[in-house]
Design a protein around this ligand. Sequence first.
Ligand code: ASP
Length: 334
Amino acid sequence: MKRVLLLSTGGTIAARQGDMGLAPQVASASLLSYVPELSGRFEIEAKDILSMDSSNIQAEEWQTIARAVYDQLDRFDGIVITHGTDTMAYTASMLSYMLQNLKKPVVLTGSQVPIESILTDAKSNLCTAFEAVEAGIPGVSIAFDHKIINGCRAVKVRTMGFEAFESVNAPCLAEVFANGLQRGVGQIVPRDLQKPTLLKDNLCTDVFLLKLIPGTNPAVLKMLMDMRYRGIVLETFGAGGMHFLRRNLLPELQQLTDRGVSIVACSQCLYETSDFSLYEVGTRLLACGVIAGRDMTTEAAVTKLMWALGQTEDPEEVRRIFDTNFTGEISLEQ
Ligand code: ASP
């Protein structure tokens, strides 16, 4: 029987209706009591580490979760974390970087409907998460609506539907069908079994995400410079473009990179890779010293930048970190 640690952090899965709307109240042991069949199949320990709507989860909570996982990892075959769905993809990405060379399954799950509701998806999501541990899928993943998604490829795409998460630019790691959990073609970056798992939980929170609109005022970039942001993720247009006519963003970008601010450029399109070498509006951006985010999701890019800036103050080292594929968050071959 596999030993599994259940860590609860809150979210809809644990929510009850209060005076001001849904808020987490159900403890981890009670969550388990709704799925008694799990206790017959796994040796489970349950621990409440947070009780929050995931909209409130920030860098401090990522550290709390990562440390709780790291401290207990040796004692268990895998860890299941219940978490609100709204920022689950950010947490999953961040844990992927913080827990380096993670060889065991760490599976996040939650639900769109509270576990105490008759129409809940929580029970099946919990069972899928435990099955991911049973299958020994290494690294951080999200189990939701019968799918196991690499944590750093997950994006929340629906507010109400049960298919809340998609695996973006990478196949699912596994999926549940009538004949059980089937491993997918999603690539698992090989772990070095001889080397230990490391906790690297230093972060920099001075990271801003700027989604461009046609004609974004360059003064916004100046303001970010004045606010001393150390990292910016730019969501640019299409395959990779940014305006340089009239409201020219290039001089401010150049100034930012000259001052050692790390800027990562991604696409506003959810699917497929950005390629800043394709159009003039992209090559001019790259010439300012911007790092290409390739096919990373915004969630994976933002968290990677926060993490990279927590590891180093050297912009060249940040670039090297972005040129490294840690857990499948980026396709470098394109
Ligand atoms: N607001 C909730 C949360 O993210 C939504 C959910 O869990 O589905 O905590």
